[in-house]
Design a protein around this ligand. Structure first.
Ligand code: NAD
Length: 543
């Protein structure tokens, strides 16, 4: 037993390295990229700390170059899912008894390892496997994941610090127990930081986890497991089973010991998971906690007083970085007619300068979309835009999958504010613009609020303070992360806790104490120093 009350200092965000020509980090990263391309790996399932092979091998290829085989992974099935649940249940007992300080130090050490010797390994894996540029990988697989691992232990102490009041003769306290069952973490393809956070946030709070990474991002997941092992995460606390969602999902979701689901991904899959759990809710030992951050149809809304340079930069960076495959990427833009001619000219000029290609060529601003399925879906939206008389493709629109899954940055103008392109999540580099009459600012704010079922991120660009105030009010429930004169992507842990409502999720704010609270089941304890010794109350006494 450790005797001592110590405090985790408030962390600072990990600095973003520049990778400018001649820098040390650039040379290290290039070496790692070459090394990974030359040495494909074989990734096992990791269950109870053991490497489990299934022989059902799936190739991992770079989305921007079909000829680059990064390795193969052993696809898990229902058997491995069962093994992972058993391993989690076994590890749970001891792990949940470990003091919070020891659990915190595992993640704090993982953060140091990632900030140092693993930084370029995880960046290179993210770049090659998910087709991210160096900057996009650095802010994701390095900085954001390091921040999650440094800030969450700090937030945990805030959660534990929350204690009830006591009165004379009585001491009240709250024990922030982990959940009784195991947690099922299910991560998406597009962020290594989310992949690393989904299993570790519940584990930090004393839970054991079955983790199903995205089949499209198994390579970075494998290195995350290596970092956690080296940091001292005990065997069985996090069990990695890479495999198809519809195969791994049902046996885990239907298990009586399911304590919670920590999901990030599409709205459709999340609602399927919720339906599976809800369809037979009586079978569980406990009501499972369901946390899901899901899709978005994020907006940028410009007022006539907007700074046009800032607005155009936000559209280009927000809409096209990582090929628009961020849940937070703005893909519907509202521009007043008075400034549209200038915005249009500047936007099309800027987009024309964007370079797209292999991640190893650092001059490229954009790379490929994740896979053939995604390529097909995005191309179909572009085809729809070509054919619909309400829509006009202003630039881009070409798609080419001969070498990799490349889709040009595409700007579409719509006459119909309710077009499919203004309502549905495309998850690709397609930005649709609706030009509104300047005088109808307030009506168009209302239109923006009511257009799409999602409510994840959004931004207002205006210099006029009254316009900002009106937007804040009209769009109050339209976005869980709202930006004023900034692009709506790039939330930073500890600065902009992330999550949205409506069809965008349960809004449990990853990277804050709000999320950690979902992984505990508090026990209130009352200790009476002077318990009553007679059942009779004073009012019962004889007059
Ligand atoms: P996806 O929904 O296709 O997959 C997410 C995960 O769910 C994957 O691991 C997948 O294998 C798994 N899955 C699929 N079917 C399942 C089932 N029946 N049971 C259990 N698991 C199942 O999402 P994606 O394509 O990987 O990621 C893109 C989506 O994620 C977009 O919609 C994006 O907006 C969203 N996203 C949201 C946030 C956020 O914070 N709100 C962050 C990143 C991504």
């Amino acid at each position: 037993m450790f005797n001592g009350i110590f405090h985790i200092p408030k962390p600072e965000n990990e600095p973003v390295l520049s990778y400018e020509p001649g820098s040390r980090e650039r040379a290290e990263l290039k070496a790692r990229l070459n090394d990974m391309l030359a040495n494909p790996v074989e990734v096992p399932c990791i269950i109870g700390g053991r490497e489990v092979t299934t022989g059902d091998l799936v190739e991992m290829r770079a989305p921007h170059n079909h000829t680059q085989v990064l390795g193969r992974y052993h696809r898990a099935g229902p058997r491995e899912a069962e093994m992972a649940i058993d391993a989690a249940n076994q590890a749970k007992g001891e792990w949940s008894e470990v003091e919070w300080s020891s659990r915190a130090t595992v993640l704090l050490k993982a953060a140091e390892l990632l900030s140092g010797k693993y930084r370029q390994i995880l960046n290179a894996a993210t770049m090659l496997c998910m087709s991210k540029s160096v900057h996009q990988a650095e802010i994701d697989s390095a900085c954001e994941l390091i921040d999650f691992w440094r800030f969450n232990p700090y937030f945990m102490t805030q959660v534990y610090d929350d204690q009830p009041i006591s009165v004379k003769g009585v001491l009240n306290y709250m024990e922030h127990r982990p959940l009784e069952g195991f947690v099922f973490a299910i991560s998406p393809f597009n962020f290594t930081s989310i992949a690393g956070n989904l299993p570790t946030a519940p584990a930090l709070m004393g839970n054991a986890v079955v983790w199903k990474p995205s089949s499209l991002a198994v390579l970075p997941a494998y290195y995350i497991m290596q970092i956690l092992k080296e940091a001292g995460m005990p065997d069985g606390v996090i069990n990695m089973v890479p495999g198809p969602g519809p195969v791994i999902g049902p046996p885990v979701l239907n298990h009586i010991d399911l304590g919670g689901v920590h999901f990030t991904g599409s709205t459709y899959v999340f609602s399927t998971i919720w339906l599976t759990i809800g369809s037979d809710i009586r079978k569980y030992a406990d009501y499972p906690r369901i946390v899901g951050e899901t899709g978005g149809k994020d907006f940028i809304f410009a007022h006539a007083s907007a700074d046009i340079d800032a607005l155009v930069t936000a559209i280009v960076r927000g809409g096209f970085e990582y090929q628009g495959q961020k849940c937070s990427a703005p893909s519907r833009i509202y521009i007043p007619d008075s400034i549209w001619p200038r915005v249009k000219e500047q936007l099309l000029d800027e987009v024309a300068t964007i370079k797209m290609g292999d991640v190893c060529d650092f001059r490229n601003f954009m790379n490929a979309v994740i896979d053939g399925e995604s390529f097909k879906k995005i191309s179909e939206y572009i085809e729809f835009a070509r054919e619909d008389p309400n829509l006009e493709i202003l630039c881009g629109g070409n798609c080419d999958q001969s070498e990799g899954y490349f889709i040009e940055p595409t700007v579409v103008q719509t006459k119909d504010p309710h077009s499919r392109l203004m309502c549905e999540e495309i998850f690709g580099p397609v930005v649709t613009i609706f030009v509104y009459p300047e005088k109808q600012y307030e009506e168009t704010l209302e239109l923006c609020d009511g257009t799409s079922p999602y409510a994840l991120t959004g931004a207002i660009f205006a210099q006029d303070r009254f316009a900002i105030i009106k937007a804040l009010k009209a769009l109050r429930h339209s976005a869980g992360n709202f930006y004023i004169n900034d692009k709506p992507t790039g939330a930073v842990v500890g600065q902009q806790p992330f999550g949205g409502s409506r069809a965008s999720g349960t809004n449990d704010k990853a990277g804050s104490w709000l999320n950690l609270e979902r992984w505990i089941s508090p026990r209130s304890i009352k200790e009476n120093f002077l318990p009553p010794t007679n059942y009779r109350y004073k009012f019962m006494e004889k007059e």
